[in-house]
Design a protein. Structure first.
Lengths: 161, 594
């Protein structure tokens, strides 16, 4: 199928890559979230040109795409670090002192919540419960879970990445 | 040597404690000792005892080892497998006697449990459908294929099963609504969003026993007359998603899902949708909006999803644990199920026992057991022998229950009358070191940031309540803050659109009900009885270290520090506002807190 909607294209952006991702979704319903998940998986974040292209191709307003993208904590409109740190702020972790672990991690990285280090190595995020509450306090680096944390253990974990 | 089966836990908890390294080491060691053909290694789902992981069980003798590391593997192989000697040091030690316990059935953590929904978790390999079929999984499905929809519904209604996702709505009744609403297309939705911080029972069921959930979904589908389901899983659970995908593919290959199931005319397709990180999406109408690809915002009910759900079609939405109970009810009959539990709450409930308790992990107990039994018998009491203060049940929608109510039976109605709720089953134990005002502030900060913003009472009300709580924990509370909080809480409860706002005030209301004195201590005496709110700590000067340099007196905005030059200074507690300026300025670490 040819797109009839014209997209104001940004010069050096690889639209081909987005087009490939969209193939399996065109003409189906309820696809905004999974498409955004695919784009983010591919690019590491949601680049503006990709969102505009996706909206035109799926025939939905860009405003709706942005509405969805900004609603969910999982989506990011800015590039992120190579490694994603997610410190748990769930109840079990709160009661077992994750606050100090979070402070130490932010101090070591020199960033705040949702920020990325200047060398793009780490992005620091906080989430509500990783589901490993038995090992509280807990954090995840990428898909790896680290439990029974204490502020003095953070440095060694960061060194692994 | 007799053939052995070794079960290594591959749940998220044990993996993060190193169970995969244990697995690799075991494979290597067996190769080295040429025992590969005599020993079968099974990677199982969660055993619930995450704190003591990695868990390693040897069958047929059923010896339970815990806290095993890769370095322990050669000893386990040589001593246990070859010489038949139990490796004492890796056994679970009884908390009182210090003696090793060999079989897990004798460990107090397990002996008081009744594992129905968790029946297969930790017992079988979740990635191998053959093991399920051996344990009777899909027999329930086989049976319902020979039953009329109304018969299936009557069976579930008769069992008294109520939803495990929070509200406790009777499952059979929900199915009946969806069944009677005749339309060309209907959906079953499995709610696996589990956004409640401090809960991980659905995660363990999905990771440890995915086929039970699939079977439950298909039985629901058969009952209401649907041919398609969505499982909505949070993206933070990558392992659960992977195991579900594997399970669906295997079930389709075995013709227990997909087309012409077990040779019948029944077709059923199961899809997986990954959540995208919003707590409110656990609410059923928001969840449906999210599957449809929109912002996950709730809408008013009625119409309930059973009438108008996914893409306007009748939809039956149930929680993971609810669905995991269904195949057992069908297989063993509702009469059997009603023998477990209490009058109004049948069956069992899984709780995630966490916080300051000795044995953290998942436990499944019959309804009606007391909180004391869960916390002290299964949980082994408080860490470090500290004094119990409260248990928080039901997450951000639940409440805090004090020591005086420890003998309360755990069921939907008793918890509700105590101001808490079953919720998803998070149970966080707290000792004297936890400040209840700060805890209320913590939960409100959570619900406030997760409020979707659609309705005003929730959006604005939670924000104002949070501001008041922040003020109190910073020692700036006023006497009128307590009645104001109460008024606001009731307004938010009554006026909010969905369950998020309607229950958000519960942590505040229960702490006010049971721990009002702590609020008063913060406001009237500027004191945090638990010693947790830093702004309320009392500052004093260590006379041994103070040189009398006067640096602190210059930065004190309240003129609370006095003393002669070169003589130790003192802080007037009455005047001190706990700003901490002096601590930063002092070069001699002479200013302390208590
Ligand atoms: C804010 C909010 C969050 C919820 N989160 C969940 C959840 O994570 N998992 C769940 O099963 N139900 C959750 N529920 C309850 C669902 O709306 C719904 O009642 C439930 O999925 C019905 O299934 P059941 O009858 O089997 O319990 C939540 C409700 C609210 C109001
Ligand atoms: S509360 Fe931190 S993992 Fe659940």
């Amino acid at each position: 199928m040819q797109t009839t909607t014209v997209v104001a294209k940004t010069m050096d952006f690889d639209y081909e890559q987005v087009e490939k991702l969209l193939q399996e979704f065109v003409g189906k319903k309820g696809v905004v979230v999974p498409v955004l998940q695919k784009i983010q998986h591919e690019f590491g974040y949601l680049p503006r040109p990709a969102l505009e292209y996706m909206a035109a191709r799926l025939r939905i307003p860009v405003s709706r795409v942005y509405g969805v993208a900004t609603f969910y904590a999982q989506f990011h409109l800015q590039p992120r670090g190579k490694n994603i740190i997610r410190v748990c702020r769930g109840t079990a972790c709160h009661v077992r002192g994750v606050t100090k672990v979070a402070e130490k991690t932010k101090e070591l990285l020199g960033v705040g919540v949702g920020e990325t280090t200047a060398d793009l190595k780490f992005t620091y995020e906080e989430v509500a419960c990783i589901g490993a509450c038995g090992l509280a306090p807990v954090m995840m680096v990428n898909e790896q879970t680290f439990g029974k944390l204490a502020p003095e253990k953070v440095q060694a974990i960061l060194k692994k990445f | 040597m007799q053939e052995k089966h070794i079960l290594i836990c591959a749940g998220t908890g044990c993996i993060s404690s190193g169970s995969m390294q244990v697995y690799e080491a075991l494979k290597k060691e067996l190769q080295k000792q040429r025992l590969e053909s005599k020993v079968r290694i099974i990677l199982s789902g969660c055993h619930g005892f995450c704190e003591k992981g990695p868990i390693f069980i040897v069958y047929p003798e059923d010896i339970f080892y815990c806290g095993v590391s890769a370095e322990d593997v050669p000893a386990l192989v040589t001593e246990h497998l070859l010489q038949g000697k139990i490796v004492e040091r890796l056994l679970y030690k009884d908390a009182q006697t210090g003696e090793g316990i060999t079989s897990h059935a004798e460990i107090p953590f397990y002996s008081k449990q009744k594992r129905l929904a968790l029946r297969n978790c930790g017992v079988i390999d979740p990635e191998n459908i053959d093991e399920y079929i051996m344990r009777g999984v899909y027999q329930g499905l086989e049976r319902v294929l020979r039953m009329e929809p109304q018969e299936i519904i009557n069976e579930v209604k008769g069992s008294g099963l109520r939803g495990r996702g929070g509200a406790g709505f009777p499952t059979g009744m929900k199915w009946e609504f969806a069944y009677h609403n005749r339309q060309d297309k209907k959906y079953v939705v499995c709610n696996a969003d589990e956004g409640d911080p401090g809960a991980f029972m659905d995660r363990s069921v999905l990771e440890g026993d995915p086929h039970a959930v699939l079977e439950g979904i298909m039985i629901a589908g058969r009952a209401i007359g649907s041919d398609e389901a969505y499982i909505y899983v949070r993206a933070e659970y990558p392992l659960a998603i992977r195991r579900l995908r594997t399970a669906i593919a295997q079930a389709e290959a075995y013709r227990v899902a997909g087309e012409n199931i077990l040779g019948s005319e029944f077709n059923f397709k199961i899809n997986i949708k990954e959540g995208a990180g919003a707590f409110v999406c656990g609410e059923e109408t928001a969840l449906l909006a999210s599957i449809e690809g929109a912002r996950g915002m709730p809408r008013p009910r009625p119409p309930f999803p059973a009438f108008k759900g996914l893409w306007e079609k009748p939809t039956c939405i149930n929680n993971v644990e609810t669905l995991a109970n269904v195949p057992l009810i069908i297989r063993k009959g509702s009469a059997w199920y009603t023998t477990i539990g209490t009058e109004g709450s049948k069956g069992t409930k899984i709780f995630a026992l966490t916080g300051k308790v000795n044995n953290t992990g998942l436990c499944e107990v019959p309804m009606g057991i007391t909180l004391r039994e869960i916390i002290f018998d299964i949980g082994g009491g408080l860490q470090g022998g500290k004094k119990f203060k409260a248990v928080q049940i039901g997450g951000p929608s639940g409440g805090c229950i004090p020591e005086s109510l420890l003998d309360l039976p755990v069921d939907y109605d008793s918890l509700h009358s105590a101001g808490a709720m079953m919720g998803s089953g998070g149970m966080v134990v707290m000792d004297e070191g936890t400040c209840m005002v700060d805890l209320a502030r913590y939960f409100l900060a959570f619900t406030q940031s997760e409020s979707c913003g659609k309705c005003t009472p929730c959006r604005e009300g939670t924000k104002r309540m949070l501001e008041i709580l922040e003020r109190i924990t910073q020692g700036k509370g006023k006497a009128e803050d307590i009645p104001r909080l109460e008024r606001l809480a009731l307004a938010v409860k009554d006026g909010s659109l969905c369950g998020l706002g309607q229950t958000a005030p519960n942590p505040v209301l229960t702490t006010l009900r049971y721990f009002r004195d702590e609020y008063e201590a913060h406001i009237l005496e500027h004191r945090c009885p638990a010693g947790q709110c830093s702004a309320l700590l009392t500052y004093y000067i260590d006379a041994e270290l103070c040189t009398g340099c006067r640096a602190c007196t210059r930065v004190c905005p309240a003129e609370a520090i006095t003393g002669e030059k070169k003589e130790p200074h003192v802080i007037d507690e009455e005047k001190c506002i706990s700003c901490g300026n002096c601590v930063e300025r002092c070069k001699f670490d002479a200013i302390k807190t208590k």
